[in-house]
Design a protein. Structure first.
Lengths: 188, 188, 188
């Protein structure tokens, strides 16, 4: 009998260690609630605003937020003006046709050759809703991580210096690893 | 020796309590599979249908579903008609131009000035697929929670009474807290 | 005293079993990082490319990837040509108007009556970025699971033999069960 007790008791330290291991693994799963990942593929003003409103909300709640800007989403994080020298003809043409920065984005509906965005900016201003420009600045100040998609930049001939300051450049692996640390990943 | 056993055994109740704590934390993580969150930003008939088909499927499987309607997604949950009195000129103009309710939504492709939605409704009816109207009613009866985005409503001058009955009004914090209780969050 | 020790020690095996159970439940939650689910509702070349670039990245990292193709997303997985005989007039008309397969998809922006997709294919080729066609073939070879939405197929009169080989057909329940095994679900 006393032998049996000794046996069982000997198991206990093993159990304690195991419990500690489980605790750490659970904590890692719970920590996903502290991160949010967004793929920003759209360059429409309304969808980009949606992305940055959610990002700012999450940052204000103390979460880590990463936005992966790809394809048309790169339009939103371009500098308002940059030289397109040193690029091929097609790249220059595409860059010339695409909007440069948040103030030039079209709306996905009711764009009306650029009147829509002005209209919405005016209506937002009247209700004291921050414009996209300030939403983006706020988010960057609050620690938003922006990763620009290397492959899209290559295809469209966009260079890192064409993008707003503080942006990193990365690939799909960077996105996936961030997404797997996040409970929520949005494709916008 | 027997002292050592006593020592180890004394640890056991602490371990039991810890194990109970871990059990509860795991259950909380597992419970995420019982919830689904959707951001409905699109007001295109086909995308709204996608949202409500997924919502109905999840509700039928006993899950809690929350749809956050924002920007154009508000078009889907508007009443078929409401007075726009007591609003500014721009708000009235925008409300007048936007579709009111599920029967007026355009399709994202093949809209052809409104023929597309009629065509798809006819083709869906022939295959006994529920229309958007009934999908929405079914979902509400099954306990779907619909939260309309306060900020979008403010900007476009939409009031709570313009929206279908049973809709709540909330902000980005409400969305995030629901998303963090859900394994799956879709941005539609 | 020795009685008390016996009592506690008797609890230990129960604790060990419980710890094993918790371990398995945590492993199941952790396993979600090995899966990725995508709803592909869009049939725009750029968005479809986004879906398959992410899918290939995840497959290369050893993850299980499931794409649920629905609505316009079915365009991407159609065979380049198939007979539309044995279908109603409206179904034939819609099938005739929709693109057939990855080489015929329009871009969501800058489509210019089909010049856009050719332009982007050319620019991608110059930068040695795989075209959509090879991205799709690569993904299928790497074990991508593609599930076509039964309901959309019914409504548009699409048959299983109209779709590329290796595609399964399923409903919203199949999507939800895959999504609940995945940490990340994207709606594209």
């Amino acid at each position: 009998m006393s032998n049996e007790i000794t046996e069982k008791a000997k198991e206990t330290p093993g159990v304690s260690e195991k419990v500690k291991e489980l605790d750490e693994r659970i904590a890692k799963l719970e920590a996903k609630n502290n991160s949010l990942s967004i793929v920003l593929m759209s360059g429409d003003m309304d969808r980009v605003m949606g992305a940055f409103i959610i990002a700012n909300g999450a940052l204000a709640m103390g979460k880590e937020v990463t936005i992966f800007a790809t394809f048309w989403g790169l339009d939103a994080i371009k500098k308002p003006s940059f030289s397109t020298s040193g690029r091929g003809f097609l790249e220059r043409m595409v860059l010339w046709m695409r909007p440069k920065g948040p103030m030039k984005l079209p709306t996905s509906k009711m764009n009306f050759a650029g009147i829509g965005p002005k209209l919405f900016r005016y209506m937002m201003g009247k209700k004291n809703v921050e414009g996209l420009n300030s939403l983006m600045e706020m988010a960057m100040e609050f620690g938003l991580k922006v990763v620009a998609c290397q492959m899209s930049m290559d295809v469209m001939g966009i260079k890192k210096e064409d993008l707003i300051d503080g942006v990193e450049v990365g690939g799909v692996a960077a996105f996936l690893s961030s997404s797997y640390k996040s409970n929520t990943t949005l494709f916008i």
